[in-house]
Design a protein around this ligand. Structure first.
Ligand SMILES: [Zn+2]
Length: 103
């Protein structure tokens, strides 16, 4: 219990305001959402030099910032339209909400 509290505290320290607000609005306590609420639109996390992360990898980075030698996610956007985006870390495909109009 104590340990979990420390982890959460540590994480709050490295999350910026926008990321914290996202967690609050979605009702997730310890997990970054993969989809926006309301709407269910897919979320893509960003940081570094225009790198993209899926929710799971963004969460892993924030959980273990010392073991993460790359950039930390500090922003996100809703992937409304266009070709899928691939996570820089695990290569997971994040499809857009409305697909690619030019595909
Ligand atoms: Zn990933």
């Amino acid at each position: 219990m104590e340990k979990e509290g420390q982890r959460a505290h540590h994480r709050e320290g490295i999350m910026n305001e926008k990321m914290r607000e996202l967690q609050k609005t979605t009702g997730y306590l310890n997990e970054l959402p993969a989809y926006a609420w309301p709407g269910g639109y897919p979320l893509v996390y960003t940081g570094g030099q225009n790198e993209f992360l899926c929710a799971a990898c963004a969460q892993r980075a924030l959980d273990n910032p010392d073991g993460w030698d790359e950039w930390l996610p500090d922003d996100y956007f809703i992937h409304y339209e266009g070709p899928p985006i691939f996570c820089s870390e695990c290569n997971a495909e994040i499809e857009s909400a409305y697909g690619d109009p030019y595909a």
